[in-house]
Design a protein around this ligand. Structure first.
Ligand code: NAP
Ligand code: MG
Length: 474
């Protein structure tokens, strides 16, 4: 039982000024695994004060100092590897291997990458007769979701630290522990007091508190579109800059020259990885009509190799994060059935033998049209839809017929067609033939998938303001 009832403010763990607590549940067992305090406005104000006090000196530290700091953080983070893997599996229900290869590793990579980016980053630029300086934006408020507890916290924090910005983090209440572990890691790395502050709490309380706080200069939010809107509204009152990483309904276009096994494997991977709770998941699979039967047969053959089960077991796919998420996913599966789509695999209810835990059936719908709710709305679970097309133009049109624009995927061989698809999908990241993750490449959404970019130098830029200095000869 993790009784983590304190907040981390100004370099120490401090009692909450409120008395409200919340139980954190292990989604694989439905048992309470820990407890946190729900912070108050007073807790948040203290954290903001600490960050403001740290701002003058931290924002003036040298690039070399911050490179060393980020390297040291990565080193300390690596020392906690086993603890991080364990806690993510417990709070999120991620399979152990995924917790290691994806969750743990993404956090590590963002700290390393930020150090790497800084080496080549220029905070000063001569332009005509003027100087452009990039200066720290101020104090940053960070609000993160539960689906990638270390990735989303680390990318924001690493960029903020690289830019010299002290932060206040509010992690998702359902997965707070991996984030809390970061405080000890930063302390061990020698981070100055007040540069990292963490206040646990609800979205309504601490989340709204951050987005509307007059002494926070910038808010970086990852989560749902509905909450993103609220963050923007609150931020508008003090003309606060916001960066929003929101949802997606990303298309995967399978070209007519694609290997059908490769395509089916990719489609299956998108619903099994993190139990489909991935904002960039390819949940609309567009295949040529002529390939439909072969593709469906392959999906049915491959999917059973990734059975749902206890995340502590080898090769199992885990549960959904919470009962709430389980109910949402069930609602969408029922909706798909009601809309007249065909269930190729899965359906409503729990998989056989898994009555305890928020396990859902891996569900693939076929005979789907893009106007169906299951093709338009983000489900955030192990559910995908297969839509057929006749011509490439039609495929591209369907791919773009969405309010989202986070990611896009294409599987096929002909280089010219791959390029054409990559340049036609209106989304922030296009992956061709399962290309590997690149931590130096920008990450973020077009359209309602968000505003701004994270990762690499693009991520650092978000935490900086440009200042033009005219009239001082260089
Ligand atoms: P969510 O409900 O929007 O919550 C995200 C975070 O915002 C949580 O910390 C939440 O606090 C907080 N929050 C809730 N209400 C708030 C408010 N009024 N003001 C400020 N903060 C508030 O999203 P979720 O259910 O955790 O995560 C799933 C969503 O995130 C999906 O839509 C997914 O696509 C999106 N996502 C996007 C990306 C990306 O990079 N584009 C990555 C991952 C996930 P609580 O702890 O109280 O819930
Ligand atoms: Mg939520």
């Amino acid at each position: 039982m993790r009784n983590y009832l304190k907040h981390y403010i100004n370099g120490e763990w401090v009692e909450s000024t409120g008395s409200e607590t919340m139980d954190v549940v292990n989604p694989a067992t439905e048992e309470v695994m820990g407890r946190i305090s729900l912070g108050t406005q007073e807790d948040l104000d203290k954290a903001v004060q600490a960050a403001r006090a740290a701002f003058p000196s931290f924002s003036k530290t040298t690039k070399e100092y911050r490179i060393e700091l980020l390297e040291k953080i990565a080193e300390e983070y690596a020392k906690r590897k086993d603890d991080i893997i364990e806690v993510i599996t417990e709070e999120l229900g991620a399979p152990l291997k995924l917790s290691e290869n994806v969750h743990y590793n993404m956090g590590y990579s963002h700290f390393k990458q930020a150090a790497e980016e800084l080496r080549n980053f220029s905070f000063i630029e001569e332009r005509n007769k003027s100087t452009v300086r990039k200066e720290t934006i101020g104090v940053s408020g960070l609000i993160t979701p539960w689906n990638f507890p270390t990735n989303q916290t680390a990318t924001k924090i690493a960029s903020a630290f690289a830019a010299g910005s002290p932060v206040i983090l509010k992690p998702a209440e359902v997965t707070p522990f991996a984030a809390m572990m970061l405080a000890d890691i930063f302390e061990a790395a020698g981070l100055p007091k007040g540069v990292f502050n963490l206040v646990n709490g609800s979205g309504e309380g601490i989340g709204n508190g951050i987005s509307s706080h007059p002494d926070i200069d910038f808010v970086s939010f990852t989560g749902s579109g509905a909450v993103g809107q609220k963050v923007m509204e609150n931020a508008a009152k003090t003309i606060k800059k916001v960066a929003l990483e929101l949802g997606g309904k990303s298309p995967m276009i399978v070209l007519d020259d694609a290997d059908v096994t490769k395509a089916a494997k990719a489609a299956v991977n998108h619903i099994t990885m993190n139990t489909g709770q991935v904002c960039t998941a390819a949940t609309r699979v567009l295949i040529p009509k002529t390939m439909k039967a072969d593709f469906e047969a392959k999906v049915k053959e491959i999917l059973p190799k990734f059975p749902v089960g206890d995340p502590k077991e080898e090769n199992a796919s885990g549960p959904l994060v919470s009962e709430k998420q389980w109910n949402t996913v069930q609602g969408y599966i029922q909706k798909g059935i009601d809309e007249g789509a065909t269930l190729l695999t899965g359906g409503t209810g729990k998989p056989d033998g898994l009555d305890k835990g928020y396990f859902a059936k891996q569900t693939v719908f076929t005979d789907v049209t893009n106007d169906m709710v299951i093709a338009q709305e983000e489900i955030f679970g192990p559910v995908s839809v297969v839509i057929t097309y006749d011509t490439l133009e039609e495929a591209i049109e369907i791919a773009n017929d969405t309010v989202y624009g986070l990611a896009g995927y294409v599987i096929g061989e002909d280089p010219e067609t791959l390029e054409k698809v990559a340049s036609s999908i209106r989304a922030g990241q296009i992956r061709v033939n399962n290309a590997k993750t690149d931590f130096s490449a920008p990450f973020g959404g077009y359209k309602q998938s968000g505003i701004g970019r994270e990762w690499g130098d693009f991520g650092i830029e978000e935490y900086l303001e440009a200042k033009a200095v005219l009239g001082i000869p260089s």
